[in-house]
Design a protein. Structure first.
Length: 291
């Protein structure tokens, strides 16, 4: 092969690589509904150079890929993919929760979960798989089919599947609309095909309780509650969601803690009395996904 031919092939390979990362960056910019000018100003690069990057005429530096990814709020997992497409090694590690480096994070998660008892709390990953949960989770999984509880158990399947929690949810249509909305926004934010498949699956579960097309809250409503039938009584909960601040590990960045709180005094009193009498809340068992 002649020198000129080899150089031509090398330039062609570089252009192909530049085109891949450029197209990926443009897709993320479109997904975030950010103009080229606005992104260029925020990232402190010229609009001309950003245009060259997106069209494959220029190769971005590693620092520029990271800067653009940050301003576009690209998930850490996808920032690594951008780096690979640009010809660089990933910079964000993807560890296991059981790694020694994760000791402090594991301890914090366990402290939050146990400190929240007797109320339910779960830790889920990006696919809504259960990573960990406290004793109160048994209240939510009571009566669920064993196959739904076997690891890796998925909290959306448990909540909405007819063999899971759904038959005991008194406001299933309202809760289903809220959960599907959260998942749909997550799909839009991450472009994750696995999440899109999960959305299609759980959206197909039957639901006799009509799902409202548009949420019109009541005059005194401040959140969508979980109204759950537990034996001869109705329990009501609301939830909060927490994540790790400024994570530099892909796994940690994708974990979320959802903590359930009593939405009325009767629910709180019942759970506290039951826990004081039994040491825990009786119900089904759930096994966290092994990490």
């Amino acid at each position: 092969m002649t020198t000129s031919r080899a150089a031509s092939l090398e330039r062609g390979g570089r252009r192909a690589g530049n085109s891949r990362v450029g197209e990926m960056l443009r897709q993320w910019r479109d997904r975030r509904r950010v103009s080229q000018l606005d992104l260029a100003i925020a990232a402190e690069v010229s609009t001309r150079h950003l245009s060259f990057v997106e069209t494959g005429r220029a190769r971005p530096s590693r620092e520029m890929v990271l800067r653009l990814g940050e301003h576009l709020d690209v998930p850490l997992r996808e920032r690594n993919h951008l780096l690979l497409a640009a010809g660089y090694a990933p910079v964000y590690r993807e560890g296991e929760l059981g790694d020694p480096e994760m000791t402090a994070a594991r301890s914090a998660l366990r402290q939050v979960l146990t400190g929240h008892e007797p109320y339910p709390a779960v830790v889920v990953d990006r696919m809504w798989n259960l990573v960990d949960g406290n004793a109160g989770v048994a209240l939510l999984t009571e009566g669920a089919a064993p196959e739904l509880l076997a690891p890796p158990s998925n909290v959306l399947r448990i909540a909405l599947h007819p063999a899971g929690m759904a038959p005991r949810v008194l406001n299933l249509g309202e809760l289903r609309a809220d959960l599907l909305g959260r998942l749909r926004r997550q799909v839009d934010a991450t472009a994750d095909p696995g999440l899109a498949e999960l959305l299609a699956e759980v959206r197909g579960y039957p639901c006799d309780d009509p799902v409202p097309e548009v949420e019109v809250p009541g005059g005194s409503a401040v959140f969508v509650p979980l109204r759950l039938r537990h034996r001869d009584r109705e329990l009501s909960f609301f939830s909060t969601i927490a994540t790790f601040g400024a994570p530099l590990d892909v796994t940690l960045s994708e974990l979320a803690i959802e903590s359930f709180y009593p939405a009325d005094a009767a629910t709180g009193e019942y759970l506290r009395r039951a826990a004081a009498a039994n040491g825990t809340i009786d119900g089904g068992s759930i096994r966290p996904y092994p990490t």
